[in-house]
Design a protein around this ligand. Sequence first.
Ligand code: SF4
Length: 183
Amino acid sequence: MNILLHACCGPCSIYPAKKLQEDGYNFTIYFFNPNIHPYKELKHRLNTLREYCQLKKYKLIVDKSYPLEKCLQGMLNEPTVRCAYCYRVRLEAAALYAKENGFDAFSTTLLVSPYQKHDLIKAIAQQAALKYDIPFYYEDYRVGYQEGVDISLELEMYRQPYCGCIFSERDRYEKKPKQKVKE
Ligand code: SF4
């Protein structure tokens, strides 16, 4: 089976790519992440992924488009949580690319993170699979999350301090008001 593996960054790619390789699958990594802000941060994460793919001799496809305005609007207009739009825009792009370029299935490194909304990712990927008529390859990669972290630390890879969007960057650094101490 030839799988298109959508990747959000280098560190998150480590375990899913390793596992696919161990299981004997052919795969190509696909980078499309307009949810990563600002642009300089996107370049930093992409460069880290490029270096890792070169090291491991993994095939990498980069979609250089960066529809920032559309992405921000989509996140703000999403009726449930902004992450739903964020997952959909990336997974639909991966599904479409996989379909148009002769892959047997698509998957995503987002499935490795215990900090992401795993069930929502799975549901949205399954919808994208139906929409573009291409199988979604599901595996719960969270079991290998720590292994991926350890390898990324050994390799001194850049590890981003926030999820990706400007909202998550604010949430990461915003000073929370101190709770009043009862006298
Ligand atoms: S918090 Fe992360 S998953 Fe959610 S919208 Fe922002 S970048 Fe996307």
